[in-house]
Design a binder for this molecule. Structure first.
Ligand code: AG3
Length: 282
């Protein structure tokens, strides 16, 4: 048996699966967990692969660590989405982080993740019990939360689904403006931004809108296990944060598996036509 996620133009990314462990339909989306034969359990939302247990770090590391290592002192961090807990787990590996907030829209993603995924089960448990000393959970829309928290965060990390349905708003100019306002004077924003080859137009659109809002914007990519790779990420900064430099001293104690801070520049390697289109803003 196989599960295949179909991308545009008949491009599929598939896994051999043994069984479907759960399927739930929330008011927002359909959530499924499969047992794969080679990569542990797999979380699927609305037919799109969110993670495989044995490979999720290839997404969570490049989403979280470049941004936090580029910021001089990321003490207040906001995660929007990321209900499986993997992003927050990586955030909390930074001792500089004194307060992290995860804002997830769909409580069903949280409970399915806690019950079925071995990504961050204890962390989710502690969040539910409000007993995680450095982190807290809010179940609501990220945009609403941002509006009430101007100037509050050093870093904002968006771990969303694709820009259709419930996550579409997280790629709008209006949302980027709210995120910019929720950053402190010097702050960094990072978001997953889709498949470089298969969602190129979406990537370019998000990049263009971010450039209208942030002081500086960078696009980068990483090969993620389970997605149509390379996968794109977009960073926007406010004030004095240079995303081309990361703190290698702080990086050394993180013991990373995928993202290589010593080779930070390789993140910026993009296919030439994509780089040219990003630069041209079209
Ligand atoms: N967030 C989803 C990234 C987008 C995946 N898209 C796709 N497969 N079409 C991942 C959640 C992990 N914390």
């Amino acid at each position: 048996m196989a599960f295949i996620e179909w991308y545009p133009r008949g491009y599929g990314v598939g896994f051999e699966v043994r069984a479907k462990l759960v399927e739930k339909t929330s008011p927002y989306q359909k959530i499924e967990v499969y047992e794969t034969t080679g990569f542990g359990r797999m979380l699927v939302i609305d037919g799109t692969v969110q993670l495989v247990e044995e490979g999720e770090r290839s997404y969570h590391e490049p989403l979280v660590h470049p941004a936090l290592l580029a910021h001089a002192d990321p003490s207040d961090v906001l995660v929007i989405g990321g209900g499986d807990g993997g992003t927050l787990r990586e955030v909390l590996r930074h001792p500089e982080v004194s307060r992290a907030v995860m804002v997830e829209l769909d409580p069903e993603v949280l409970s399915v993740s806690k019950a079925y995924l071995r990504v961050a089960p204890e962390l989710l448990q502690r969040l539910f019990a409000d007993s995680e000393p450095r982190a807290s959970l809010r179940v609501e829309s990220g945009a609403d939360y941002l509006e009430r928290n101007e100037g509050a965060f050093d870093a904002i990390i968006v771990d969303s689904t694709d820009p259709v349905g419930p996550a579409e708003a997280l790629f709008s100019r209006d949302f980027y403006q709210k995120a910019y306002a929720a950053l402190k004077r010097d702050g960094i924003f990072v978001t997953q931004a889709g498949s470089v080859y298969l969602f190129t137009d979406e990537l370019l659109g998000a990049h263009r809108r971010m450039r209208e809002v942030f002081d500086r914007v960078w696009a980068y990519s990483f090969p993620v296990i389970g997605y149509a790779s390379p996968w794109a990420f977009l960073v926007g900064v406010k004030g004095e944060v240079d995303f081309e430099r990361v703190d290698l001293g702080r990086a050394a104690s993180l013991d990373l598996e995928y993202y290589d801070p010593e080779r930070h520049q390789t993140l910026f390697q993009l296919p030439r036509f994509v780089r040219l289109r990003l630069n041209a803003g079209s």
